[in-house]
Design a binder for this molecule. Structure first.
Ligand code: UFG
Length: 328
């Protein structure tokens, strides 16, 4: 199968590319390198540096691949802005990049007859969840422009696929962490905000201490509960999703998490068993729901997918990757 991966030089996109290539599929990485990195592109992938909002460039790639006898069967979309606080201060940039970017990609796919799309969505579409365990049918009421644009994208995909006889796999990610076992790729950016990379920066002495945001939530130990999923498990679901689409099994929308919740204190305790670092409690961070975990039965049933990697493996691989990049 031939797959175009928009955003394939970014964190999650590059992991999907590695898993696709390991599974024997052909890959074109399409990325403008605004946040992605050239070094993260798998050496066996064809690389095109262009913007997702450039319909001509996208159509040219689809046409070239078809002319070479390997038409693109699946387009994967990872090319999005995804920082919640930034989305609150720059909503128009989120609508332009996320919504307009997807619209352009879908237009190019319709024009060139590319029949399947795999799309990165997020648990942020659930907003403040009414129930702490989210099912795909739970209400979607985003509380920030990031989640709002992703929900708009989900809806656009459904309408366009219905109108043009295409199929989709939409995945709603929970808390993604870790790095590929090769340590060639991982989460590499300047402004880190996520819990696990910040713990590891503390363990590597790159940060004075980790702050736990709030210990007065309505949870057993007072800290927030989240569902952490290893990026390689997440990437594997994309391979299975793409194969599902090319086997003409129809469309799907599914949560991707581990199905297991850990509190921030439990993650910190697990990390302390492996590394040494300082931490302390700090006030709550705005916008954090107390508990957010995924029901993953749909992805299990439809894709035969099962997360394989533990919290300890997420922590260890993020540490190893972060140490490698910090040593240059
Ligand atoms: N946390 C700390 N200290 C830190 C960083 C995080 O205590 O230094 C806590 C947060 O308060 C939260 C938990 O660790 O309780 C996880 O926070 P992250 O920032 O790692 O991740 P989020 O749960 O905020 O975000 C994730 C995705 C978003 C998505 C959101 C949906 O990264 O893209 O879930 O709710 F929008």
């Amino acid at each position: 199968m031939q797959v175009l991966v928009a955003g394939g030089a970014g964190y999650i996109g590059s992991h999907a590319v590695y898993q696709l290539i390991r599974a024997g599929h052909g890959v074109i990485v399409y990325d403008n390198l605004s946040t992605g990195q050239r070094e993260a592109v798998h050496p066996e992938a064809r690389f095109v540096q262009a913007d997702i909002r450039d319909q001509t460039a996208l159509e040219t790639v689809f046409a070239q691949e078809a002319a070479a006898g390997r038409p693109v069967e699946v387009a994967m979309h990872f090319a999005a802005k995804l920082i919640v606080p930034e989305s609150l201060t720059q909503p128009l940039a989120y609508y332009q990049n996320n919504v307009e970017g997807l619209r352009t990609m879908l237009a190019a796919m319709v024009e060139r007859g590319v029949p399947n799309i795999v799309f990165s969505s997020t648990a942020a579409v659930y907003g403040e969840p009414i129930s702490p365990v989210c099912l795909e049918d739970s209400p979607t009421l985003p509380i920030n422009p990031y989640g709002e644009t992703k929900l708009a994208c989900e809806r656009m995909i459904r309408w366009v696929c219905a109108a043009h006889g295409m199929n989709y796999a939409i995945f709603r990610y929970f808390n993604v962490a870790g790095a590929d076992s090769s340590l060639q790729i991982g989460l590499n950016k300047d402004q880190l905000t996520h819990l696990i990379p910040l713990i590891m920066q503390s363990a590597l002495g790159l940060r004075e201490r980790l702050e736990i945001y709030g210990n007065d939530y309505d949870t057993p130990d007072g800290t927030c509960i989240r569902d952490y999923i290893h990026v390689s498990d997440l990437a594997q679901a994309h391979v299975l999703g793409a194969e599902y689409l090319t086997q003409n099994k129809g469309s799907l929308l599914a949560n991707l998490g581990s199905g297991h919740g850990y509190s921030v204190s439990e993650v910190v305790a697990a990390a302390e068993r492996m590394f040494s670092f300082k931490w302390g409690f700090a006030p709550r961070r705005a916008g954090d729901p107390a508990k957010l975990t995924a029901d993953i039965s749909r992805a299990r049933e439809l894709l035969g997918w099962q997360p394989q990697l533990s919290l300890e493996q997420m922590l260890r691989s993020d540490y190893d990757y972060r140490r490698k990049i910090s040593e240059g």
